[in-house]
Design a protein around this ligand. Structure first.
Ligand code: FEO
Length: 168
């Protein structure tokens, strides 16, 4: 059984993960319309991963005999201009997600919900990767983004990303 506080914070996290999917989909649409098909692919694959993140929490709540409460997903209210700006936003967004995952770890520890505390470890590890990946792209765009040939290669490389279901 899961207590109400943990149930609420996990339901909020489902919403944040689905919002993340929306945000990456908005980025993907922008890149597609701008002709950056590799960046469009990368962000679209990321959106699918975000849906997985939400679904894993969905299953956890049900497995613990809790109630899933789906909330409204906000539309991403952002205007994109350049690849560097978009990935900077992605990196900043991932840092906020890390903070909310850390909050779940803290609350589940405080509430002695050790099943959730253990469950959330996967997300703590995942967030290290999510921050590192987006920061790596930010740094490469900062270094080479003004060079059209280099930007072409970055786009081609990110176009190779393939969706893989999460390994739990
Ligand atoms: Fe599910 Fe990008 O955090």
């Amino acid at each position: 059984m899961i207590n109400e506080q943990i149930e609420n914070i996990l339901n909020e996290q489902i919403n944040k993960e689905f919002y993340s999917a929306y945000l990456y989909l908005a980025m993907s649409a922008f890149f597609n319309e701008s002709g950056f098909f590799g960046l469009a692919n990368w962000t679209k694959v990321q959106a699918r991963e975000e849906i997985d993140h939400g679904m894993i929490i969905f299953d956890h709540i049900l497995e613990r005999n809790g109630d899933v409460m789906l909330k409204e997903i906000n539309a991403p209210d952002v205007e994109f201009t350049t690849p560097l700006e978009v990935f900077t936003l992605a990196y900043e967004h991932e840092k906020t997600v890390t903070a909310s995952i850390d909050e779940i770890a803290k609350d589940s520890q405080d509430e002695c919900d050790f099943a959730t505390r253990n469950f959330i470890n996967w997300y703590i590890k995942e967030q290290i990767e999510e921050e590192a990946q987006t920061l790596d792209i930010v740094n490469r765009l900062k270094l080479f983004g003004d060079d059209k040939a280099a930007l072409y290669h970055i786009d081609a490389e990110l176009g190779l990303r393939v969706y893989e279901p999460p390994a739990l």
